[in-house]
Structure formats: structure tokens, C-alpha cells
Design a protein around this ligand. Structure first.
Ligand code: HEM
Length: 403
């Protein structure tokens, strides 16, 4: 009796596997084989983005890759990227094991979530970030204070280098962290505050190791039990634990010092919503873990992108002194020595165009944030099958206890 059952079970498993591993007919072209994702590992080209550009020269703007039963698609170029960004069915995010480590293994935050939670939390976040001055002149005072500090720091670095060679490292990223922190937690980091450096190091350490793309740990999460050091699991956990504990400290301080009904910063707004409002309903997407997720996401998404854009600005100016001169002349003419304001932008067309060109050329997020197909759909005529979220079937397997 047992043998026939085992045979039926075994045959069903093989058929299921063969069906799942089969590459759909109109799947985008790419390197052959059932593990073609291995084409992304090439010791001659360590930069994944450059490797993808080379692959796209061979296979076109939509490349299909496989890892046994899983499918990955890489798009490049204006047409394909526009097709993806305009397709609501492709607005999903992967259930990224490594990225979820930041929120105790749960899918929280706004960067790597989708569906109702993402919609509601994104709306809340955008609304309150705007209230707190994002994209508005009210944040200018904080930004200009950081700019003064930055100029002093740059002068000191240049002055202390007899050779004229300087390493800029995190010079531009630290002020960005400080501005983001001011919006989130209502306090500016003082110059040389070790907390800013520690926070930046945890954010960059974690985000570089968990970009949501294919990795050994993402493909085979169980390996963290077998080889936590080799898979990078311990590395991720060290960074995220540090980051979480510094954010947790500030949340605790906010709980004690805040006055209900009066919100000083993003944390106050969120704590208020946990006290009353939408957080109280049973199917609410508001939670403490979600608050932690949003704060970490803002640092991951905002710090290096903005900081490195400024770094690229300096590099391109050095390479193009004639552009630097024209920008300087326009700024001198319009500002007449005073500090800049967002309202000056309309009178600085050459400077604005230069900034846009810097963003176009200085690609700070070449792989952007991964998307998944929520339903069967297409991109430039190729079929993209709906992603089966296996992690969702066993969510508790990924819950961790991190404080
Ligand atoms: C030069 C600076 C920046 C660049 C180049 C940049 C680039 C990007 C890119 C490419 C995406 C992914 C879009 C997608 O495919 O779905 C993204 C998403 C995001 N960025 Fe930025 N970003 C920058 C600054 C910031 C800042 C300062 C913040 C923080 C407030 C931020 C917060 C976010 C968030 C929360 C998302 C996820 C949005 C969503 O899924 O709804 N970014 N960014």
C-alpha cells in the first residue's frame, strides 16, 4: 500500500517540477539553461549593471533568466523601463528574505512592499514628509545649516592635504543622513556626531548586502542555519541590529517626551497614528514594526542616492571646468552672495539643466528597486508570468526575533 502511494507522490512531484521548470514559450530571450542566472557571476566584470548592459547588447532590452523554477527578467533602455513603470501589474515587489531581516523577517516598510499595506503606508509617509518640509522651502534652514558645515569640512580637508589629493568617502552622505534624521526624529546630528557615522555605516552595510535581487541567501534562505557567516547572514544581522537599536532608542525617547496632539517630527506623527486613528482598526496596516520599516527604508532609499549624486556633481564639475564656470557665474549673478533658496531655481536654468544632466549621467541606482509581476503580463511583447510567492506560504518560517 505504501509503495504505490510513494510512487504516485514521487511521480506527481516530478511532473510538478518539470511543469514549473519549463521555460514559457514567449519568455524573454537570455542565456540558455535552467540556471542561466549564473551568467550574472563573472569574475572579469564585478559590476552587475555593466554585465547586464553587455547581456542586453546580445539579447535585447528584455532579458530572461532562470534559477530552476524561478524566473528573473532584466529590462534596460527607455522603452522597456517605461513599459515596466507604466504597468500596474508589475508594481509588485519581491518578498525579499534579506530585506525583510530589517523588520524581524516581516514584509514591512514602503520600499519592498506592495498591495494595500504599501498603498496606505506610502500615502501616510508622503503626506507627513511633505508636512515636515520635503520638497518645500521650510526644510531649507536645516539643509543650509548642513551646507555651511559641509563647506567648512571640505575647506578643512583640502587645507590639510599638502599634495592636494583628498578622499571624500562619506563627506556628502553624512549631511544627507543628518537632514533625513532631522525630519524623522526632529534633531540634527552635530558635526562629527559619531551616531551619524554609525547610522550611515549600518545603512550602507545592510543595503549593499540586501538589494532584493538574486543572491545565495535569497534563493536558499535555509543556508543561514548551515553557513551563517559564508552566506552573509551574520553580516546583515550585525548591521541591522545596530541600526534598529539606535532607532528604537529614539522611539522610546519620543514616547516619553511627546505631547499628544502635537507632532514635532515623523516619529511623533506615526506614534500619534498608533494611539488613535487608523492604527486601531483590526486590519490596520499601522504597527510599530511598520514604523521601524519606513524609517529604515527612508535611510536606505535616500542617503546614498542623494549623497553620491552630490559626489558625481563634484566629479563632473572637475572634468568639465567650463560648465563649472558657467554654473558659478549664473549663481553669482542671481544670488549676489546670499544663500540659495528653492525659489531661486526658476532663475537658474543653466544650473538646473546641469543638475539634471548630473543625475542622468551619474547613475546612483543602476539596478533600481526590483519589481515583481502581480499577474501574468507582458513587457515589450514578451510574456512575464505572475510570480508565485513561496515565502508567503510559510511566513512564520521567516520571523526572527530581533530587537
Ligand atoms: C538622487 C536621489 C534619489 C534617486 C536617484 C532615487 C531613485 C529611486 C529609484 C530608482 C527608485 C525605484 C523606483 C521603482 O522602480 O519603483 C526609488 C524609490 C524610492 N525612493 Fe528614491 N531616490 C532618490 C532619493 C530619495 C530620497 C531622498 C528618499 C527619502 C525620502 C527616497 C525614498 C524612496 C522610496 C521610499 C522609494 C520607494 C517608493 C515606492 O516603492 O513606492 N528616495 N528611488
Amino acid at each position: 500500500m505504501l509503495l504505490p502511494l510513494l510512487i504516485i507522490f514521487g511521480c506527481s512531484a516530478i511532473v510538478w517540477f518539470l511543469v514549473r521548470v519549463r521555460i514559457p514559450g514567449n519568455f524573454p530571450p537570455g542565456p540558455p539553461g535552467y540556471m542561466s542566472i549564473s551568467a550574472l557571476v563573472n569574475k572579469n566584470e564585478p559590476y552587475l549593471s555593466k554585465l547586464l548592459v553587455k547581456l542586453s547588447e546580445k539579447y535585447g532590452p528584455v532579458i530572461g533568466l532562470t534559477a530552476m523554477t524561478r524566473r528573473f527578467v532584466c529590462v534596460s533602455g527607455y522603452e522597456a523601463v517605461r513599459d515596466v513603470l507604466n504597468n500596474a501589474q508589475l508594481s509588485g515587489r519581491p518578498d525579499a528574505f534579506e530585506f525583510n531581516l530589517k523588520t524581524s523577517g516581516l514584509r514591512r516598510g514602503v520600499l519592498m512592499t506592495d498591495g494595500e499595506l504599501w498603498r496606505e503606508q506610502r500615502r501616510f509617509t508622503m503626506h507627513h514628509l511633505k508636512n515636515l518640509g520635503f520638497g518645500k522651502s521650510s526644510l531649507e534652514v536645516t539643509i543650509l545649516e548642513e551646507v555651511s558645515d559641509l563647506i567648512m569640512k571640505l575647506e578643512a580637508i583640502v587645507g590639510s592635504s599638502p599634495s592636494g589629493n583628498i578622499i571624500l568617502d562619506d563627506v556628502f552622505t553624512l549631511p544627507v543622513v543628518s537632514v533625513l534624521w532631522a525630519v524623522i526624529a526632529g534633531e540634527r546630528f552635530e558635526r562629527n556626531d559619531p551616531r551619524a557615522k554609525a547610522m550611515l555605516s549600518s545603512v550602507t552595510g545592510f543595503s549593499r548586502a540586501s538589494n532584493g535581487g538574486p543572491s545565495i541567501l535569497a534563493l536558499f534562505p535555509f543556508l543561514r542555519f548551515v553557513a551563517p557567516e559564508w552566506t552573509g547572514f551574520n553580516h546583515l544581522m550585525r548591521h541591522i541590529s545596530l541600526l534598529r537599536s539606535s532607532i528604537q532608542d529614539v522611539i522610546q525617547q519620543h514616547r516619553q517626551s511627546r505631547q499628544p496632539g502635537y507632532s514635532r517630527d515623523f516619529l511623533d506623527f506615526y506614534l500619534q497614528s498608533l494611539d488613535d486613528g487608523p492604527a486601531n482598526s483590526i486590519d490596520s496596516t499601522f504597527s510599530e514594526e511598520q514604523m521601524m520599516g519606513i524609517v529604515i527604508d527612508i535611510f536606505i532609499a535616500g542617503a546614498e542616492t542623494t549623497g553620491y549624486t552630490l559626489g558625481f556633481a563634484l566629479l563632473f564639475m572637475m572634468d568639465n571646468p567650463q560648465v563649472q564656470l558657467r554654473v558659478q557665474r549664473e549663481i553669482d549673478l542671481v544670488l549676489q552672495g546670499r544663500q540659495p533658496s528653492l525659489s531661486d531655481l526658476k532663475n537658474l536654468p543653466y544650473t538646473e539643466a546641469t543638475l539634471q544632466e548630473i543625475q542622468r549621467r551619474g547613475i546612483v541606482a543602476p539596478l533600481t528597486v526590483p519589481h515583481v509581476a502581480l499577474e501574468d503580463t507582458t513587457c515589450l511583447g514578451y510574456d512575464l508570468p505572475k510570480v508565485l510567492r513561496t515565502n508567503r506560504l510559510f511566513p512564520s518560517a521567516y520571523q526572527l526575533n530581533i530587537s
